[in-house]
Design a protein around this ligand. Structure first.
Ligand code: ADP
Ligand code: GLC
Length: 486
């Protein structure tokens, strides 16, 4: 079975969030399961850096305002996954964030950049390599299923995965003709959304099957507010059995406390004690008080409204009063960054705030802290709580999306049964946050229960192998019987 994944980010070459982790790990997991999975990616500088054995195979001329566009074939240097890269320097050769300029504004030609990606990926084939399934990720690749549908049969099946419905790729009506699609597509039965063109809606409307990254989020987006205006379309596709939630996994080569090269000491579920050395090293490095018995909370996140950081700020006084410490790493909205820096200034030795993006520090925080906070307002899947589970760094999460699907709240009963893996907030409010922090600290102080919960957390299986098997099942269901052999 041949599957072409179309996406804009892939760890470790270009990453703004969890999408990169998924695109870096799912194709290799599919390959291990016998699928011929390949990638189709835009020629962003990081992706070109990661491509080895690159060879031009196709010239696309000057489409969509690119003065020149061609496709390079090669392999990603780390994973060896075959990759086709759309090399269009006029559109993609830009340093920094793939979507935003140096003033953090969307590039004004984003619609053309990702229109080219969709058009080129949908029609792509190489010699005798033709995909059976084209699997497009998030709004940037939303036009892929539209172009596929327009091509008519015979064609590859199309799958579109929503990683975050809040980012939709909206295009003002006057720019819609630049997308290159026939004008009939600019219709409510098509890509039109309240008078604008929507890349996200194109994917949702035209793909043969839709997936999102957790079962609970798949249900949530079929109603307001999580459906952000697309709930009607999503509910229809859900009722038709064309929308499923498949949980993301953990790349266990990248996130493994027994081998993680960023950690001072390695540990695993059978030998958890060395983790204390990481905590001591981190406290020292970040200027936190050298207190081995202080419950240490960490947080690694984009700092946006979605992530509920205001709840952490609101809960901080109580956390500190109870003897806790907080080490936070993130970047995003300036007002949230300022509130956090203010908190760090108020609590020297108890609160450490690092503003920025730092892959190594993210591993050290998750490999050292006792708890990881993920109090999101909504969360399609969430990966840091999964990393926390694997590192015995207990997640404190809201009961939304993938957080609800992956963390089992520590109640008297679930701890006794050996099922508990973290702390789940009863609600998305400061009061619920206070209560959750209080429960987390009580758990921390009860060594026996803490060990039981840590062990269950570290044994929880969120490997990609399981999720890849679900995707393979989905791909198979879309192919004619004679083609379903791997
Ligand atoms: P989202 O994709 O919504 O940002 P996820 O939890 O799915 O949320 O994925 C976030 C990914 O980005 C994780 O791999 C996390 O470790 C990483 N990450 C987020 N912020 C930072 C940061 N400031 N420094 C390093 N890694 C970060
Ligand atoms: C999005 C979501 C996050 C998810 C990630 C990967 O960025 O916000 O919840 O884990 O995509 O699917």
């Amino acid at each position: 079975m041949r599957v072409l994944h179309v996406a804009t980010e892939v760890y470790p070459w270009v990453k703004t969030g969890g999408l990169a982790d998924v695109v870096g790990a799912l194709p290799p997991a599919l390959i291990r399961a016998g699928v011929d999975a390949r990638l189709f990616l835009p020629g962003l500088p990081g992706i070109l850096d990661g491509l080895t054995d690159a060879e031009p195979i196709l010239d696309l001329g000057d489409a969509f305002g690119a003065t020149e566009a061609r496709v390079l074939a090669g392999r990603l240097a780390d994973s060896g996954v075959p990759a086709y890269v759309l090399d269009a320097p006029g559109l993609f050769d830009r340093p920094g964030n793939p979507y935003l300029d140096e003033n953090q504004q969307d590039y004004s030609d984003n619609h053309r950049r990702f229109a080219l990606l969709g058009w080129a990926a949908a029609r792509f084939q190489h010699d005798d390599w033709q995909p059976d399934v084209v699997h497009a990720h998030d709004w940037h690749a939303g036009l892929v299923p539209a172009w596929q549908a327009l091509a008519g049969a015979p064609r590859a099946a199309s799958v579109f995965t929503v990683h975050n419905l809040a980012f939709q790729g909206l295009v003002p009506a006057e720019q819609a003709p630049e997308l290159g699609l026939p004008s009939r597509c600019f219709n409510v039965d098509g890509i039109e959304f309240h008078g604008q063109a929507s890349f996200m809606k194109a994917g949702l409307y035209y793909a043969d099957r839709l997936t999102t990254v957790s079962p609970t989020y798949a249900t949530e987006i079929q109603s307001a507010p999580a459906g952000v205006g697309l709930e009607g379309l999503l509910a229809g596709r859900g009722e038709a059995g064309e929308l499923v939630g498949i949980l993301n996994g953990v790349d266990v080569d990248v996130w493994n406390p027994a081998t993680d090269t960023e950690l001072a000491a390695h540990y695993d579920v059978d030998h958890p004690r060395p983790k204390a050395r990481n905590k001591a090293a981190l406290q020292r490095a970040l200027g936190l008080a050298d207190e081995p018995d202080a419950p240490l909370f960490c947080l690694v996140s984009r700092l946006t409204e979605q992530k509920g950081i205001d709840l952490v700020v609101a809960g901080l006084d109580a956390l500190i009063a109870a003897g806790g410490q907080l080490a936070l790493l993130g970047s995003g909205e300036p007002t949230i960054e300022a509130a956090l820096e203010d908190a760090a200034a108020r609590y020297p030795q108890r609160v450490s705030v690092t503003i920025g993006y730092d892959e190594a520090l993210s591993h050290r925080l998750i490999g050292s802290a006792d708890f990881i906070l993920v109090p999101s307002r909504y969360e399609p899947c969430g990966l840091t709580q999964l990393y926390g589970l694997r590192y015995g760094t207990l997640p404190v999460v809201t009961q939304v999306g993938g957080l609800a699907d992956t963390v089992i709240d520590a109640t008297e009963q679930s701890v006794a049964d050996g099922r508990a893996t973290g702390i789940v907030l009863a609600d998305v409010t400061p009061e619920a946050m206070d209560e959750a922090l209080r429960r987390a600290i009580a758990l921390y102080r009860c060594e026996k229960d803490r060990q039981t919960v840590s062990e269950s957390a570290m044994r929880a299986d969120f490997s990609w192998q399981r999720s890849a098997a679900r995707y393979i099942e989905l791909y198979r269901s879309l192919l004619p019987a004679e083609q379903t052999a791997l």
